[in-house]
Design a protein around this ligand. Structure first.
Ligand code: NAP
Length: 527
C-alpha cells in the first residue's frame, strides 16, 4: 500500500495520529494511506521566506522556462500517472488523460505566455493617464507578485489538473505555493508532488504539499497570502468567512458548484450536424469522469416540440454507456464509479431531491451489477436522466435549479423556445460556470448572449458551420476564463494573463510623465 507524505518546509513528513485509508472505488480495495500533517505555520513561513524571494529573483522568462520543463517532465511520467488515476480515482483511461494532459497543457500554455511579459519584475497593467486635465502628473498601474504564499485547496475530481493548473499560474506570477489536494483522491496529486520535488529542480521553498485534512492551515494565513479554493459551495463559504481570513484580509478565490445548462435553440432538429453535436456533448458532459465535473451539464433546455426526439436519442446513448459502466481497469469500460462511498451516498440523496421536482426517465440508481465487478461491489451509479414539466422548469424553487448531484445525472427541461424563457431557467441556478447555446438563428443567439451571459463565466456558441470543430463545453482551456458568478463562487481562474492577477498586487505608480515613461517604458510615453 502506498504511504502518502506531505512536503513541508523543504522536507517530507509522514504525519501523525490516525491513518486515513484511500481506496480503489471500483473494487473497494485499500490502495494508499496517510496521516494528518502538523507544522503548517512553519511550512507557510518557509514558503514566504524562502520560496517567495527565490521565485521573485527569477524573470518571467525564467519562470516560464521552468513551467515548460515541468510540462515535459510530467508528460514523461504520463503512463504511470494514468494508472494511479484509474486505481484511486475510478477514472477510465480517457478520464485520466483528460486530467493529466490538461495539467501539462496548462503548464505549457503559461510557459509560453511568459514570452509576452518582458524583462521587468512587474507587468504594466494599463496606459499612463493624466491625473487631471493639463497636469504633468501621470498615473499608471503595475502588477507585482504578492509577498505571501498561495494556498491551493483542491477538489477531489481533478487531482492533476486542479493542482497543476493553479500552480502554473501562481509560479508564473512569482508566488510560492502550498498545495492541498482533496484527501480521497490524493494519491495522484501526491505522486505528482513527488515528481516535482525529486526531479523538477524547483527553486527552494517554491512548492509545499499538504496531504490530508486542512487542520489549522487557515489559522496561519496573512495579508499577503492568497487562497485559491475549488470545491463545494459550503466549504467555499467556510473558507471565505474564516475569522483569520476575514481579519487579515486574505485574498480568496472560490470555484464552487455549478448547475450548468445547455440551451437547444428552436431551429435545431434531428438530422443536422448541430443536433448530433448537441447529443454528443450531452453524453460526454454527463458521463465523463462519471459526471463528477464542475463543468458537467446538469440541465438540458429543450424546445417543447423537440422533446420527444431529444429524449429518444439521448436515452438510447446513455443506455449504451450504462451497458459499459464498470471497472475502468477494463479498457472496454466507458464509465467508471464515483470516487468514494460518500459521493455515492450524496448522489443518491440528491436523486431523491431531484425526484421531488422531476420524473426519472432513464437509469436505475440502485443497480448493483457492473462490468468486471462482483455484484454489489464498488461505488457505481449508472447514467440517470430526469424530465421536468415546462411549469416546473420555470419555477426557481425546483430542486434541479438548487441541488448539484455530482454524478452522471441531468434533467431535461422543456421550454417554449423563446430566449426569455431560456434566460429565466438558466438564471434560476443563480450563477454557473458554463452554458452552451446550440443554434443557427443569429437573432436568437444575439438575444441569448445578452440575456444569459451575466449569469455565466463562459458561454459556448455552437452552430452548424463550426459543429465539426466544436469541443464539448466541459473542456476548459488555459486561455479562457474559468469561474462563474454567484453560486459558482464568483471566482476567475486561468484566462491567460488575467488569471495571474489573483497572485499579484495592482499598484498605481503616480509621478511625472517623463519619470513614469523612463520607469515603465513605452506605454507610458504614449501619453
Ligand atoms: P469539498 O468537500 O468542498 O472539498 C474541497 C477541498 O476543500 C478538499 O481539499 C477538502 O479537503 C477541503 N476542505 C474541506 N473542508 C475544509 C475546511 N474547513 N478548510 C479548508 N479546506 C477544507 O469538495 P469536493 O467534494 O472535493 O469537490 C466537489 C465539489 O467541487 C463539487 O461541488 C464541484 O462542483 C466542485 N468543483 C468545482 C470546480 C470549479 O472549478 N468550479 C472544479 C471542481 C469541483 P478534504 O478532502 O481533506 O476534506
Amino acid at each position: 500500500m502506498m504511504q502518502l507524505k506531505s512536503y513541508l518546509a523543504g522536507a517530507w513528513h509522514e504525519g501523525q495520529g490516525d491513518r486515513v485509508v484511500l481506496h480503489n472505488p471500483a473494487t473497494e480495495a485499500p490502495m494508499a494511506e496517510l496521516s494528518r500533517a502538523t507544522g503548517l505555520d512553519e511550512a507557510l513561513q518557509h514558503a514566504r521566506d524562502v520560496g517567495g524571494p527565490a521565485l521573485r529573483a527569477m524573470s518571467f522568462a525564467e519562470r516560464g522556462a521552468l513551467l515548460k520543463r515541468l510540462a515535459k517532465l510530467l508528460h514523461g511520467h504520463r503512463e504511470a500517472l494514468i494508472e494511479i488515476a484509474i486505481d484511486n480515482g475510478g477514472n477510465t483511461r480517457g478520464d485520466a488523460k483528460f486530467d493529466i494532459d490538461g495539467a501539462t497543457a496548462v503548464l505549457a500554455a503559461y510557459g509560453h505566455l511568459a514570452g509576452e511579459l518582458g524583462e521587468a519584475p512587474w507587468i504594466v497593467a494599463d496606459e499612463a493617464v493624466e491625473i487631471m486635465r493639463g497636469s504633468k502628473i501621470r498615473a499608471q498601474s503595475v502588477l507585482l507578485p504578492r509577498h505571501g504564499v498561495a494556498v491551493h485547496i483542491n477538489a477531489f475530481n481533478f487531482p492533476a489538473w486542479g493542482m497543476i493548473g493553479k500552480l502554473a499560474v501562481a509560479w508564473l506570477a512569482g508566488m510560492p505555493v502550498l498545495s492541498k489536494p482533496a484527501t480521497s483522491t490524493a494519491a495522484l496529486a501526491a505522486r505528482i508532488g513527488e515528481i516535482l520535488v525529486e526531479e523538477g529542480e524547483l527553486p527552494a521553498g517554491a512548492f509545499s504539499m499538504l496531504i490530508g485534512p486542512a487542520g489549522d492551515l487557515l489559522d496561519h494565513l496573512g495579508p499577503q497570502d492568497v487562497v485559491a479554493f475549488t470545491g463545494s459551495a459550503d466549504t467555499g463559504a467556510t473558507i471565505r468567512t474564516h475569522p483569520r481570513v476575514v481579519a487579515q484580509g486574505v485574498r480568496v478565490n472560490v470555484e464552487a458548484d455549478s448547475l450548468n445548462a445547455v440551451v437547444i435553440g428552436p431551429d435545431v432538429g434531428p438530422g443536422t450536424e448541430l443536433f448530433d453535436l448537441m447529443i454528443r456533448d450531452c453524453v460526454i458532459e454527463l458521463t465523463q469522469k462519471a459526471g463528477q465535473k464542475c463543468t458537467a451539464t446538469r440541465r438540458i433546455l429543450v424546445p417543447q416540440d423537440r422533446l420527444e426526439s431529444v429524449r429518444e436519442v439521448l436515452v438510447d446513448r446513455l443506455r449504451e454507456v450504462a451497458s459499459k459502466t464498470g471497472d475502468p481497469a477494463n479498457k472496454e469500460v466507458r464509465m467508471g464509479p464515483l470516487s468514494t462511498a460518500g459521493q455515492l451516498r450524496d448522489a443518491r440523496a440528491g436523486l431523491d431531491a431531484l425526484a421531488s421536482s422531476a420524473t426519472r426517465i432513464s437509469g436505475d440508481p440502485q443497480r448493483q451489477s457492473f462490468v468486471d465487478v462482483p455484484e454489489g461491489k464498488g461505488w457505481f451509479l449508472e447514467p440517470i436522466l430526469f424530465e421536468a414539466t415546462p411549469q416546473a422548469a420555470l419555477d426557481p424553487a425546483s430542486s434541479f435549479h438548487r441541488v448539484e448531484v455530482f454524478a452522471p445525472v441531468a434533467t431535461l427541461l422543456p421550454y417554449d423556445g423563446t430566449v426569455a424563457a431560456a434566460a429565466r431557467i438558466v438564471s434560476a441556478a443563480e450563477g454557473s460556470l458554463v452554458s452552451t447555446v446550440y443554434t443557427d438563428d443569429r437573432e436568437f443567439l444575439a438575444d441569448a448572449v445578452a440575456e444569459l451571459a451575466p449569469f455565466l463565466g463562459r458561454l459556448v456558441v455552437a452552430d452548424e458551420k463550426a459543429a465539426r470543430a466544436s469541443l464539448s463545453p466541459g473542456c476548459v482551456f488555459p486561455v479562457v476564463n474559468h469561474g462563474g458568478p454567484g453560486r459558482a463562487g464568483g471566482g476567475g481562474e486561468l484566462g491567460g494573463r488575467v488569471g495571474m492577477e489573483l497572485y499579484m498586487q495592482r499598484t498605481t505608480i503616480q509621478g511625472g510623465g517623463s519619470q513614469l515613461a523612463r520607469l515603465l517604458g513605452k506605454s507610458a510615453r504614449k501619453e
